[in-house]
Ligand binder design. Structure first.
Ligand code: ZN
Length: 205
């Protein structure tokens, strides 16, 4: 057996393990309706596996393909780059969701002021640099600031709810907190002067 055949067979075994995990990821994501990218990636792994097997069978002399082996390799290279592109885009979204986006306090304040349509100066003069609440699950103190809320929600509409009632405005922030190995979201309500008012039951993300 040539070195190339051995390498491709080893690659096919490793890919099969990868395929098992990709099926697992699809089954987890299907429940959240977020599986499309991973269904595409899984189909690509199946394609790579098939190409690897054809390559190995050809180099071992079991079959004679009508297309040259270089074409198979070129296809694997090309789809390999698409695979990497999809994977990095999907992962960057996941990491932004988990860890938030990088913004300075000033940038975050500007973004939030624009979102709720007030002047950044008023926001900065009214808000506290830091707030503290107690987590209803672990009982620990959780510190947060308005820039923290902005950073943890790249899509601010999912992190801040504006409620207008009887001439006043309330803001509910969905505060993310790392709680005993999980990420917990605690809805905290602030009044229009950005003073803390109340919190609701938290939930695990
Ligand atoms: Zn907690």
């Amino acid at each position: 057996m040539s070195f190339e055949s051995a390498l491709v067979i080893a690659g096919a075994i490793i890919l099969s393990v990868g395929l098992y995990y990709s099926f697992m990821i699809v089954s987890i994501l299907r429940k959240q309706n977020m599986a499309i990218a991973w269904i595409v990636l899984t189909a690509m792994i199946v394609f790579f596996l098939l190409a690897f097997v054809l390559y190995a069978l050809q180099t071992l002399g079991f079959i004679t393909l009508t297309i040259p082996i270089e074409s198979i390799t070129a296809f694997v290279f090309f789809f390999g780059s698409i695979f990497v592109l999809i994977l990095t885009v999907v992962n960057s979204r996941l990491f932004i969701d988990l860890f938030g986006i990088r913004l300075s306090d000033k940038e975050a304040i500007l973004k939030f002021a624009k979102f709720i349509d007030i002047h950044p100066f008023f926001l900065q003069s009214r808000m506290s640099p830091e707030y503290t609440i107690t987590c209803d699950a672990c009982g620990k103190n959780v510190k947060y600031s308005i820039p923290d809320i902005v950073r943890s929600h790249p899509n601010l509409e999912r992190g801040v709810k504006i409620e207008e009632a009887m001439g006043t405005v309330n803001y509910t922030f969905f505060l993310r907190h790392r709680c005993e190995g999980a990420i917990r979201e605690i809805p905290v309500t602030h009044d229009e002067k950005f003073e803390y008012r109340s919190k609701r039951a938290s939930r695990i993300l």
